[in-house]
Design a protein. Structure first.
Length: 395
């Protein structure tokens, strides 16, 4: 009989020669279970997705209730669908007044695409500024603002008029001019290996955008929904972006993305031409119902409030280990900096063998990624850290 592992290797497009290839048959809370029944602590949340844990009962109920009513009805923006409009209203209620209008899409990359188009259309400008080591997705537009040469060169030509500048460098902000439509930035760079924007830098960036009439786009696709200790990371910087991007954790395990701005800015997608941005499935009712339930869980279980304490516990338990050169963290986005990829690989493999899933970062393969569900308990953190410490000691 052909095994699922063989089907995986033969019939599913492979994009690396070393996939984790765990055969997961069930997930619940912070745990994944493989086909042999082995249990793993998920310390990466499907890359910052499962903020409220896997299969949260409130999300499962919302999905089932919505499935009993309707699935896809019509392309985006034509029919009034309760899960969509209520999710938009809930987000508007959580966000500042200038972020009161949501466009729902299916993924993070699509949210980026929508935001870049919106900024060009609203400002009438053609140039876009982005940062070194930034990750915003893998489609042509989002790849054009990926701060990495090897990915960009392999798939060029990409968007013209894009300018890459240094993150956390005040000098580099001079590149932003009255010709710049938007600057896209992750307040905490995720795939770079958790590099937080400094308060000074993010505020100076906001100021420079104000001076030049440039829209500031915050990609909070990894930092959003409680992960850094506030519902959105921008709250920690006391600046408000002109466009906010969400995806990943928003759907509680279902696919959804959003670009969010003011009604005035968003209106520029409605004329010359009408239907300036179109999606068939964007804002799928089941995903929106799941997202609404997810936000409810984050608020009711006060998940963001315990993030800093849990983050500190990880750091306290791990920082004494001599192989860890540095720990960088922004709430429950944590990077353990080791010396090189080989060591990271051995530690990750050993952790998986012993029931803890970690990972590295796309642009930093000498660091270990820790981004567990925010629901993880202190006791579970201790168990996970003892496995990591043991892997570091023996490898
Ligand atoms: N922006 C950031 C900051 C991300 O981390 C990611 C995904 N890792 C994306 C955008 C793209 O999201 P998606 O994979 O859903 O297209």
């Amino acid at each position: 009989m052909v095994t699922d592992r063989q089907l995986f290797l033969n019939n599913l497009a492979q994009t690396s020669d070393s996939p984790l290839a765990l055969e997961i048959t069930k997930a619940e809370g912070i745990y994944l279970f493989d086909s042999s029944g082995k249990r793993y602590i998920d310390l990466i949340s499907g890359i910052s997705v499962s903020n409220i844990g896997h299969r949260h009962p409130a999300v499962i109920k919302a999905i089932k209730d919505q499935a009993d009513k309707y699935l896809h009805l019509m392309v985006y923006g034509e029919y009034i669908q309760a899960p969509q409009v209520r999710l938009a209203a809930e987000l508007a209620a959580l966000l500042p007044e200038s972020l009161n209008n949501c466009y729902f899409v299916n993924s993070g990359s699509e949210a980026v695409e929508g935001a870049l188009k919106l900024a060009k259309r609203y400002t009438g400008r053609k140039k876009i500024v982005y940062f070194n080591h930034a990750y915003h997705g893998s489609t042509h537009g989002s790849l054009s603002v990926m701060g990495n040469d090897s990915y960009q060169l392999a798939f060029g030509p990409l968007l013209p008029g894009v300018n890459r500048i240094e993150f956390n460098s005040l000098d580099s902000l001079n590149v932003i001019s009255s010709e710049t439509a938007c600057v896209i930035v992750e307040p905490v760079q995720g795939e770079a290996g958790i590099i937080a924007g400094t308060q000074e830098f993010i505020r100076a960036l906001r100021k420079r955008c104000n001076e030049t009439g440039t829209l500031l786009v915050f990609d909070e696709i990894q930092t959003g929904l409680g992960r850094t200790g506030t519902m959105f990371a921008f709250e920690k910087y006391k600046v408000v972006p002109d466009i906010l991007l969400l995806a990943k954790g928003l759907g509680g395990g279902m696919p959804i993305g959003a670009f969010i701005s003011s009604r005035e800015i968003m209106h520029s997608l409605a004329f010359n031409p009408v239907l300036g941005h179109i999606t068939t499935f964007g804002g799928h009712p089941v995903s929106c119902a799941a997202a609404l339930a997810t936000i409810g869980v984050i608020i009711e279980e006060k998940l963001a409030d315990s993030v800093d304490t849990k983050s500190r516990l990880f750091v306290e338990l791990l920082e004494q280990n001599p192989s860890i050169r540095q720990i960088r963290s922004a709430g429950l986005l944590i990077a353990l900096q080791l010396d090189n990829y080989d060591h990271v690989k051995k530690v990750i493999d050993n952790c998986i063998e012993n029931g803890v899933i970690t990972d590295w970062f796309l642009f930093n393969d000498s660091s270990i990624r820790i981004a567990p569900p925010l629901t993880i308990t202190e006791e579970q953190i201790r168990v996970a850290c003892s496995v990591i410490l043991n892997a570091l000691r023996t490898n």
